[in-house]
Design a protein around this ligand. Structure first.
Ligand code: ADP
Length: 616
């Protein structure tokens, strides 16, 4: 019972959160329109100008001139009059068709793409700024994904929905005026659909419930789909019949979908049925009987008017119905735009003050640094202090989960410490220009990524400049990747992965790691971070790479993380991390002499390599 109440309150809170004030809704729609206006004012003007021209013309040819023609026939008017009316209708229709075709098939697709690109660029620029912690906050991440997926389409949908509304208002006004002129009582039939508002609200509510219940089902289907098409799952999917398990999951989503539709589907059908009956029987048929009665029984209405009434009453009820739906659509668009706006408005916490000085070479020190991930119950780093002197090479070692990678994330200012500070030459790095600070690092991460771009771009990770090819080639030589790259037909210009280029190259994991390592050799940055840089390399490649690295690292400060303690032996200083603290530090010889945990770990690993006797 209490649990049920809790669930209910949570749901209510969520619904409340999803409700936007009218002012905010309007502001969201205005925001969407502003995006289009900023991207292409001329497209914006032509788009709505067309509506203001075509909507009255549509009424003129579809209802007004039609009435004139039938009435002229009935009154035996001269054929020239009738032909003139018909020619006007034909000419307007032909012109409208040509211009509409041009607009929708030639101009609109290009503009649609252009606006999409501009909106996406805004989102990508923001995405490049947001701090890593945002990726770990589900509510924010959901918004982020939704904004990325939907933003540009929603912006267009707002434009179309407003266009639709303008069209309906014009059509409604023209047709109502015509009916009013013919017989004011007819308006009653036209207004009838408004009385069905409560049924429509019920129908929309059911639609909303279906959409909400469908979301988790869709997410599961998407997950199953990903496991089938993403390369990273391909091996496991083929082992142990995992794909059969995934197909079971797909079947389960179908069962859930069926159950969900069973729950809401019949009610939705009833709501729709009442709406249709109300519209078609009461409104259209009622007006039809009234018009036919006046034309035939009373003889007080012309056949032309009778035909126009049937035509206009249908249009009016359609417009009213459609307009109510349009307002519901605005509400939905507004919720999506709200997500986009709150993503764009997100205040980035990791930034530097204006006119902050650029980063320079020097010493980096951690001063009593503590850190806790958002939502976590414990600090991952606890009172960590050490200094990386200019040109010094230090190794961070320790068991999994001891906090090494987190320390590197703080060093790169991907996160800010929750306690203490990280300084460059005594200045808190928060006060140093962030872009130049990050630019002063070359990094290889253990979960390195290769981009579907040329080898050269994968090495340089930035826009090209003159002389880059030689720079990238040298870096590849140093990292040991050039041997393989030089065998490729297009060499360094080869696209990596075949996702977008059939002539692209798929490299082995070891070769990919060598390419990512070349990133460190390519630029002479004052600092280098190597997080498990040789995990995918064979022993010979690893040995060569370390030799080259030693040469390349002269004069640079290097932080190096490795599970293989043998590769830490040459470091100027080794820091052993345990439970988020630095528990031992010194050179290899000092730590071995101290005979602490480092010495124990080193001996254990050595045993695995050379056998117990040799290690002791
Ligand atoms: P190491 O690199 O030494 O293996 P990490 O720095 O990756 O250790 O992780 C240290 C601890 O922080 C681990 O207990 C891990 O579970 C936790 N941790 C790492 N990343 C996150 C995160 N994004 N959110 C919450 N906890 C995390």
């Amino acid at each position: 019972m209490t649990q049920n109440n809790e669930k209910k309150t949570k749901k209510e809170k969520k619904e409340k959160k999803n409700k936007l004030s009218l002012r905010r809704k309007v502001s969201n729609l205005a925001f969407a329109l502003r995006q289009i206006w900023e991207a292409s004012p001329s497209y914006f003007i032509v788009y709505y100008l067309c509506t203001f021209i075509w909507a009255p013309l549509d009424f003129l040819t579809g209802s007004y001139l039609l009435r004139m023609i039938v009435n002229s026939v009935e009154r035996d008017s001269p054929p020239e009059t009738i032909i003139t009316y018909m020619l006007v209708i034909g000419a307007v229709q032909i012109a409208a068709n040509i211009l509409n075709n041009m607009f929708w098939n030639v101009i609109s697709p290009g503009q649609y793409h252009r606006i999409g690109t501009i909106v996406r660029k805004k989102l990508f620029n923001k995405a490049a700024e947001v701090e890593l912690a945002c990726y770990e906050t589900p509510a924010f991440y959901d918004k982020y994904v939704k904004a990325m997926d939907e933003a540009h389409e929603r912006v267009h949908k707002v434009m179309q929905t407003i266009d639709n509304l303008i069209w309906r208002i014009i059509s409604l006004a023209c047709n109502s005026m015509l009916l009013f002129v013919i017989d004011p009582w007819l308006i009653v039939f036209g207004l009838f659909p408004l009385l069905l508002g409560f049924v429509r609200r019920w129908y929309n509510k059911l639609n909303h419930s279906i959409a909400v219940d469908k979301k988790p089902i869709d997410r599961r289907i998407k997950y199953v789909r990903r496991t089938f098409y993403l390369g990273e799952y391909s091996k496991e999917m083929r082992m142990g019949n995992m794909y059969l398990r995934m197909l079971d999951e797909l079947e389960a989503t179908y069962r859930d979908f069926k159950a969900m539709m069973h729950k809401h589907g019949i009610k939705r059908a009833v709501a729709k049925y009442i709406q249709s009956i109300g519209l078609e029987v009461v409104c259209v048929m009622g007006a039809m009987f009234y018009a036919v009665w006046r034309t035939t029984a009373q003889g007080t209405m012309t056949i032309g008017d009778c035909i126009v009434i049937l035509n206009s009453i249908g249009t009016i009820s359609y417009c009213l119905n459609n307009m109510v739906q349009t307002f519901a659509d605005f509400g939905e668009h507004s919720l999506f735009i709200e997500d986009v706006r709150s993503f764009l408005d997100h205040e980035v916490k990791i930034k530097s003050p204006e006119n902050a000085p650029p980063a320079e070479r020097g010493d980096i020190s951690f001063e009593n640094v503590s850190f806790r991930y958002e939502g976590a119950e414990q600090d991952v780093l606890k009172d960590v202090s050490f200094t990386l002197r200019q040109g010094e090479h230090i190794a961070l070692v320790g068991q999994n989960g001891s906090g090494k990678t987190t320390l590197v994330k703080l060093l790169l200012r991907l996160y800010d410490p929750t306690g203490g500070r990280v300084c460059l030459n005594g200045e808190d790095i928060k006060n140093i220009d962030l872009a130049s600070y990050r630019d002063s690092f070359s990094c290889v991460f253990q979960d390195f990524k290769i981009f579907s771009m040329s080898v050269e771009q994968n090495v340089l990770l930035r826009r090209s400049r003159e002389g880059d090819t030689a720079l990238a080639e040298n870096a590849l030589r140093e990292s040991g990747a050039y041997e393989k790259i030089s065998t490729l037909e297009k060499g360094i210009a080869t696209t990596l992965t075949r996702e977008f280029d059939e002539e692209g190259a798929n490299l082995s994991i070891g070769e990919q790691q060598k390419v990512s390592l070349a990133r460190v050799f390519a630029e002479d940055t004052p600092f280098a971070v190597l997080d498990e840089p040789s995990s995918a390399l064979d022993p010979i490649a690893e040995h060569k790479m370390f030799e080259n690295m030693r040469r390349a690292a002269v004069g640079r400060s290097v932080i190096f993380i490795s599970h293989r303690l043998s590769s830490a032996v040459d470091a100027d200083r080794i820091y052993l991390m345990d439970g988020g603290r630095i528990t031992e530090s010194g050179t290899h010889a000092e730590l071995m002499a101290a005979n602490g945990k480092y010495a124990e770990m080193f001996r254990l690993q050595a045993e695995n390599y050379v056998g117990r006797e040799a290690a002791v």
